[in-house]
Design a protein around this ligand. Structure first.
Ligand SMILES: Cc1ncc(COP(=O)(O)O)c(C=O)c1O
Length: 461
């Protein structure tokens, strides 16, 4: 029987654990750079992202204004994290949720939202913002058609920047004891940068606020020129960048905007995880990669705080999946192996071979059909010889009876073998010694063939 609840240290519900995230010093990534760099690690929020802060605020404001009534439905277009922030508060308060999400977002985020009981509608990414198919327009339509529903509307809701003005900004000011010179943050809706930027500049107008924008977004160009080209380019980093200017984004609190590519973002997210033990998502990599560009020109006396928006768990199938990184040409390999060349071959199977009893007529057909000029001869999976188109043609022109002879009668020695995980240089050495092709081995089996043309094509890319 509980005798004195006052002696128990607890939170009334999970939303009370939002905020007060730690500030952590960066120790390795900044080696060779002069300023002191801290990161504000937002994955400590219960939903694993900075967006928990705004989810609760937007719902409570709608309740206060009487727009959201018991049994109501919360609708939002989200890259995932805002949905989660809303879903947590909605679970505690007993509301339903319907979210629209662009199809580029990771499957983990969709599953997470569904785990909280939300309905998720996936919309195409590569459509303009105003298209009726876009995630923002679909969300508006759902609100029109659902009784007792509200649009949380993070892109225009003043509660979004206000929550950062009330919590994230003061936390950073307090955690640094007011000793902050640079605040660096990615821009999605612009809620975080606007709210934190406003608060910090009110404390000290000399604090510089730097926004980081993914390459392909329009925000940087708009910041400097007040114009942007309406071309819609997709990029892979989630949660930041735009194809229009969100209503809550207040450029007056931003001093500069820096562009960062997907590759820089993802490789930096992986470094934060592996070198600092801070397991973050792609947009944290964007912010950190941008911060390092700023850090290059700063001195020992400068203090920088970089906001890291979410956890890496949400991107296990992407940024932390080497196959996905390789497929999207985002991974810089430590050594380029034959595997890369083999996987990069387009339109041709990795291995076309014949056995020694195949007729020369059939071999010529095969060469013609695949538009290739040599073939390995394999007997029960083992390389026993090779044939070249010019040799076969020369032979049958001189003696047409050879059409029906087996290739073993005309084959040359087998192509040399290289292991699939050997460096590409091994293949280059052999190919430049007049071998037209090398056979690729994996687990003692021939799994592919790499020709001079394949290597040259790979290198030219
Ligand atoms: C992963 C991630 N990073 C960064 C942001 C950007 O934050 P803000 O919308 O406050 O600019 C978001 C926003 O959805 C996000 O999901």
């Amino acid at each position: 029987m509980l005798s004195d609840i006052k002696k128990i240290k607890f939170h009334q519900n999970i939303t009370d654990t939002i905020g007060n995230t730690p500030l952590v010093k960066v120790n390795k990534i900044n080696q060779g750079f002069k300023p002191t760099i801290f990161v504000k690690v937002e994955y400590f929020n219960p939903g694993g992202s900075v967006k928990d802060r705004i989810g609760k605020e937007m719902i409570e404001e709608a309740e206060r204004e009487g727009r959201l009534k018991p049994g109501g439905t919360i609708v939002e277009s989200t890259s995932g994290n805002t949905g989660l922030g809303l879903a947590i508060a909605a679970a505690v308060k007993g509301y339903k949720c319907i979210f629209t999400m662009p199809d580029k977002m990771s499957i983990e985020k969709i599953r997470l939202l569904r785990a909280y009981g939300a309905e998720v509608i996936v919309t195409p990414t590569a459509v303009p913002h105003e298209s009726p198919e876009s995630y923002t327009e679909v969300a508006k339509k759902i609100v029109r058609e659902t009784p007792n529903s509200i649009l949380a509307n993070q892109y225009y809701n003043p509660k979004n920047p206000e929550s950062h003005y009330k919590t994230t900004g003061p936390e950073i000011w307090e955690q640094t004891g007011g000793q902050i010179d640079y605040f660096v943050c990615g821009i999605g809706t612009g809620g975080t940068i606007s709210g934190v930027g406003k608060f910090l500049k009110e404390q000290n107008p000399n604090v510089k606020v730097v926004g980081i924008d993914p390459k392909g977004s329009v925000l940087r160009e708009y910041f400097y020129t007040k114009k942007f080209s309406p071309v819609f380019k997709t990029y892979k980093v989630e949660g930041i960048g735009q194809d229009y200017i969100p209503g809550v984004l207040q450029f007056q609190y931003i001093d500069e905007v820096i562009e960062v590519t997907d590759k820089e973002s993802f490789l930096m997210a992986r470094r934060l995880t592996r070198e600092e033990g801070i397991f973050v998502g792609g947009s944290a990599g964007t912010a950190m990669a941008g911060a390092m560009k700023v850090a290059e020109r700063l001195s020992e006396k400068d203090v920088m705080v970089v906001l890291l928006p979410d956890t890496g768990e949400r991107y296990l199938s992407k940024i932390y999946n080497d196959d996905w990184m390789r497929e999207n040409r985002l991974l810089i390999p430590e050594k380029i192996t034959i595997r890369y060349v083999l996987e990069g071959k387009k339109g041709v199977p990795s291995l076309i071979s014949i056995d020694p009893v195949t007729t020369i007529r059939k071999a010529l057909d095969l060469l013609n059909q695949h538009n290739i000029s040599q073939l390995p001869v394999l007997d029960k999976g083992q390389a026993v010889g090779s044939i070249e188109e010019s040799d076969l043609m020369g032979a049958v022109l001189g003696n047409p009876a050879l059409f029906d002879a087996p290739v073993s009668s005309l084959m040359k020695p087998a192509f040399p073998k290289v292991h699939i995980d050997e460096s590409i240089n091994q293949a280059i050495t052999l190919l430049s010694k007049k071998h037209p092709a090398v056979l690729v081995e994996d687990e003692a089996k021939v799994v592919g063939i790499v020709t001079r043309f394949d290597v040259i094509e790979y290198m030219s890319r």
